[in-house]
Design a binder for this molecule. Sequence first.
Ligand code: TRP
Ligand code: SF4
Length: 451
Amino acid sequence: MELQLAVLDKLHISAAKSLPMEVKLDPWGAVQIDDYSKLFEEFGISSFAEMLPQIDDPHPYMRRHIIFGHRNYGSVQRAMKEGRPFAVLSGFMPSGHAHFGHMMVMNEIIWHQQHGADAFAAVANMEAHAVRGISWELCRKIGIEDYLLSLIALGFQPSGHIYFQSENYPMRNLAFELAAEARFSEVSAIYGFSGETSIGHMESVMVQSADILHPQLSMFGGPKPVVIPVGSDQDAHIRLTRDLAYRMRRFLVEQREGYVSVRGKAASPQLMGGAEEGLKEAGYQVKRYEEHLDIPGNDLERIDELIREIEVKNGELGFLPPASIYHRFMTGLTGGKMSSSKPDSYIALTEPPKEAAGKVMKAITGGRQSLSEQRKLGGEPERCAVYEFLVFHLSEDDSELEEIYTACKSGRQMCGTCKKEVAERIARFLAAHQQAREEARGRLPEFGIKA
Ligand code: TRP
Ligand code: SF4
């Protein structure tokens, strides 16, 4: 119960914070919050709220707790702050149209790029081909038309890396190396694979792990913190990949009671010797055993770093486990989940602005049965897909949000006018975005993409 409340509190949007305490705010609906608190408890995702004070110029998604969870984001945040190299990467499966959910991932990539990250965006055409049966040709078309043009239009810079999985051979070679460490039983337990699952599907899982780890290859400057912005549905991939990253190490470095243990994992005698020497050079006392070294004290982090460097010097990969951030999903405009099989539930980034406005006008709101009831009871913005669009995408200004929230709650605001305003904003946003997409089209070669 305690934890539940803490989670509730953390999921409040900041705009709502200044309202009186006794107004119990639950902007996202109890069911969803239940689900998210489960993610914290059962899967070990950490709350992003604890990171926020460390970030100087947080993205509105961060400020508004739309990004609600993370793994290991501290590694990225510290690199960002200290001006050390770090990277951001995510991938897009070229099936169906890109919608506002995909745009969130794009904006998260771009924000990190603007804050110093080496940025990577994958078009997951191997996955789409193997899992969804989409032809290579169509993958290319959808990848460019629906995803890459929007990514560039939103501000992705050519200093970053855009690639199609099938064309990235260093990444594909890494996928094979990772596959050599992954077990059929664990991977099938995670993804529910059976004897009927195609090998290609299984390979695409390794390819996704390789996507995530390949910014740490020496061709990109070696091991570094990497953040993967995704929806929480992708967490299984992240956990598996973090595990594989550990397995690719040649040493297991662990804190024990009063000493740090450095255990070789099939490390060659040369590598063992190199590690011992390197540690001694750095001023550590080292006790050498056949397959491990013990170093008195508690200097885990620095020793791990040192050992990683020694691994890399000897041609090993020395991966850091990747970090991740998780954003909440938007509700569909028709209530329930956004789904590509329900075209009225979502708005595509390529949709004619008028059509999109029409969907907003038809959307499920948190309004009451009648106007008089709404005046009396107030609306329920926390259950309103229209309000959610504002929070996620269409209002830059927290105080404006707060105004709309209280106006709705207090029964001063009626859904008709509110929807009309949001519909207009969406139409305006899409018109501008689509113009930027057309400008991006001419710039594709700057990103190494042949149209
Ligand atoms: N599997 C992801 C999806 O279904 C796409 C993806 C491919 C991806 N490679 C990735 C996501 C790497 C994050 C990181 O949307
Ligand atoms: Fe949603 Fe606006 Fe209606 Fe409130 S007034 S329920 S925010 S559409």
